[in-house]
Write a protein that binds this ligand. Structure first.
Ligand SMILES: Nc1ncnc2c1ncn2[C@@H]1O[C@H](COP(=O)(O)OP(=O)(O)OP(=O)(O)O)[C@@H](O)[C@H]1O
Ligand SMILES: [Mg+2]
Length: 359
């Protein structure tokens, strides 16, 4: 328990505003009376819009919490609940641990102080770290392999060409054509494997420039049946990044969406800012969140854990490299890609740090 001596209390408002845990208070009618910035981030709302509103409006369908808060008002006993699943107004689910403390409001009634910690995020972070390590190891193997394949391939192709010229019977050319064609196909594959490992050529760039570029490209490629909606935060600062490589990463994800939707559907491109956000071991003051959402069939559950690994594909003609390359590019920028999926809603979220506060 943190005790603050009055002389040292400083500015309680400032302390509240800088806490990384979400703190929310409710009056006896379960109307929200205050929410700190971490709370605004957790619930994805702005204080201006929600203060004065009922708890049930903030977390619709979360009857367990509403009931528990009602009980606390009646019994005046504090309680802690672990692993409470909350539905956010944005139709997203989060899992939190929450502690509710009744505080006398000075008029004989009680106010409720609610502290929330998002636990699914914490669980995910440890998993992310493991996953990122494994993915990096996998990519190193892939890169080594690609180099090994590339060298003899050139020789193989050259020899087939020479052989083709010497062939007495032109009908045998069919075979040398196959060798050359397959060697070219393999070289393209290998180039893609190695291509992602080019060094970054960074400059200051607006993420919307990158997204608009991809959007234009895709609408030319798929002129009928595809809708791309944008929902940008226009106040986002520029980031220091390699625009060509980021375009490649976003393209890989948007292409997957289009393929999954069989070229008919809607893709949403969304940008937002996250404050005090942890990626891997590093806490960042500002992180850029970009979402690529589609209303396709979703990713099969059995694939979900593995999609970022190279050579993992759910498509008969897929090489399974797109997402591994995208994750690699984003990781080189200090960022991370996450994915959630269910039928009619698959969201790939790219986190890119804008500033590091400490790490
Ligand atoms: N938006 C999505 N909706 C449904 N499934 C998806 C989506 N994005 C990816 N997937 C699944 O994840 C798999 C891996 O994607 P990834 O881009 O890494 O490889 P690929 O598309 O199969 O091949 P490549 O991109 O190398 O041509 C896909 O084959 C697909 O099954
Ligand atoms: Mg792909």
């Amino acid at each position: 328990m943190l005790a603050i001596r009055p002389k040292m209390a400083g500015n309680p408002q400032r302390i509240l505003e800088n806490l990384t845990g979400a703190v929310v208070t409710f009056d006896a009618g379960l109307r929200l009376t205050s929410i700190n910035p971490a709370g605004e981030m957790l619930f994805e709302v702005s204080a201006k819009k929600v203060v004065g509103r009922k708890l049930a409006e903030l977390v619709p369908h979360s009857l367990r919490l509403v009931r528990a808060l009602g009980d606390t008002l009646a019994t005046r006993l504090p309680f802690t609940a672990r692993g409470v699943r909350l539905a956010l107004p944005a139709k997203r689910f989060i899992t939190v641990d929450c502690t509710v403390t009744p505080l006398p409001d000075g008029t004989g009634g009680d106010e409720l102080l609610v502290e929330l910690t998002q636990v699914d995020r914490l669980l995910r972070l440890t998993r992310d770290e493991n996953m990122l390590d494994r993915q990096a190891a996998n990519r190193a193997v892939m890169r080594g392999l690609a180099h090994e394949i590339k060298n003899p391939l050139g020789g193989l192709r050259g020899a087939a060409q020479l052989l083709e010229r010497e062939l007495p019977d032109k009908s045998l050319k069919e075979y040398t054509r196959i060798i050359i064609h397959e060697a070219d196909r393999l070289r393209n594959l290998v180039d893609r494997m190695i291509g992602a490992h080019q060094p970054l050529r960074k400059r200051r760039v607006n993420i919307h420039e990158i997204l608009d570029h991809v959007r234009r490209l895709m609408l030319v490629e798929v002129p009928v049946g595809l809708t791309i909606r944008i929902d940008y935060d226009p106040s986002l600062p520029e980031l220091e990044a390699d625009p060509d490589q980021l375009i490649q990463a976003v393209l890989n994800m948007v292409r997957n969406s289009i393929e999954a939707m069989e070229r008919h559907g809607t893709i949403f491109l969304r940008t937002r800012i996250e404050r005090q956000f942890t990626i891997g071991h590093k806490r960042h003051r500002l992180v850029l969140r970009t979402e690529i959402e589609d209303n396709g069939p979703g990713i099969p559950e059995a694939l979900m854990e593995h999609i970022f690994y190279p050579m993992v594909t759910g498509r008969p003609d897929g090489t399974g490299l797109g997402l591994s390359i995208a994750q690699d590019i984003v990781a080189k920028h200090g960022g991370l890609i996450e994915c959630t999926s269910r039928p009619k809603q698959t969201i790939f979220t790219i986190y890119l740090p804008l500033e590091t506060s400490h790490g």
